[in-house]
Design a protein around this ligand. Sequence first.
Ligand code: SF4
Ligand code: SF4
Length: 352
Amino acid sequence: MAKIDIGPPDYKKFLSPMIRKNYGKWKYHEYVKPGVIRHVAESGDTLYSIRIGSPRLVSIDFIRDICTLADEYCEGYLRFTSRNNIEFMTGDESKVEPLIEACKAKGLPVGGTGKSLSNIVHTQGWVHCHTPATDASGIVKSVMDDLYEYFIRDDLPAKLKVAMACCLNMCGAVHCSDIAILGVHRTAPVIKHEIIQKGTEIPTLVACCPTGAIRPDPKNKSVAVNEAKCMYCGNCYTMSPGMEILDAKNDGVAILVGGKVSNARSAPSFSRLVIPFLPNNPPRWPEVTAAVRNIVETWIKYARKGERVGEWIERIGWERFFTLANIPFSEKCIDDYIFSRETFRTSAAFKY
Ligand code: SF4
Ligand code: SF4
């Protein structure tokens, strides 16, 4: 076959020999203890995965450290999960405990498997992106430091997935996680005409707005924004730096709950808004940290065994959730979007 240099390489080339040998022929898996999963294949092969949390945005030194551990204990094999956990894999049971000790000695947290809090999947934040309403790494570090106990124990009612996206363009998995932390802008972009005049493609800028809030302003050789139509997504700022969406005073954080990707027990579901705004309060975001902990602890206290956050809320009802979690209800929590078939309103009752 001709060699091509486009597209991702064939992932099978990078699988560990045991996974390649038993591909599609795994019989079952079990959670041995927090941070350790055992997969057993039809052939009788047994693979241990040891999971550690990562900060997602990692340094070369960090990568060197984990590669050294993989070389020493796992014949050089490790993988990253979609929530930025790192999993070391070995077929040799005698290496499991020494590897865990080596991880701990390096300060790497071991856990996140089964009924525990997985690593938080998150976006770029102030480190890299241009439209964030808040930081990603900073909030995630603060929340994970606070919730660390739930990463290293696996006796929660069910799996707990937390996600963070620093704007509603949402490069994170905030639409489908048990608890989602979302950066929100609350003011329309401030137009800097001189920047737009200098080098912005005005038709592209007008076309980029999902709500049609931008129209050409020929008099100024620029654009105008209909603020009533703007949903503060920041898309226009991606098209032109002349559409300044960042607003230090009004940007902040919203909390959503109840999403999941899993098909187990109930269908996948979208998360819903429960706290419309918390202030941006770096470096440790105490309001966000406390809000997430409160939801986690209320769920642990009241959920039945096996119930994800959304499943628990659907069973007890959203009204009861707001009462139990002591979260003030506001009109912003009402789903008033009426243009989607799936969420079309069919009764006079309001939806969350
Ligand atoms: Fe940028 Fe928004 Fe993605 Fe954050 S979520 S990295 S602000 S596009
Ligand atoms: Fe349109 Fe979003 Fe820009 Fe508002 S922020 S004008 S909705 S593109």
